[in-house]
Design a protein around this ligand. Sequence first.
Ligand code: 5GP
Length: 132
Amino acid sequence: MSIFSKIANGEIPSYKCAEDERFYAFLDINPVALGHTLVIPRQEVDYIFDLDNRTLADLHVFAKRVALALREAVPCTKVGMAVLGLEVPHAHIHLIPLQSEGDMDFRKEKLHLQPEEMQAVADKIYAAFKKL
Ligand code: 5GP
């Protein structure tokens, strides 16, 4: 089982931002920006473009709802979206609150946030998500 599957089914703790029966969203443990969120299908597939069309489309619609909640929780110009998948072999979308282009730079030093800050941001996103 992939590490992200273990996160989605609660075997490994995460800062949960959103979930439904098919998708799960949680904070990236090494964020490039406050509120950096990962959105995954519960279905275990490595490469995002190996997902069937329906799941790929629904993953994006779910990510849209998470992005709307994220923007309420972390005010930003826009929420950026990226897919890399070079580290973890379980398809995922990165959602990143943007003020400038540099906020999407995955090579820069990651933020070191306290657990309480991570929990507070995740709780805000989750609360906003549930209202949508
Ligand atoms: P990618 O596969 O898109 O290149 O990178 C994987 C992303 O997942 C990285 O941004 C990394 O910080 C994040 N990540 C890796 N392992 C964990 C984990 O166990 N928990 C969480 N919350 N994020 C993780």
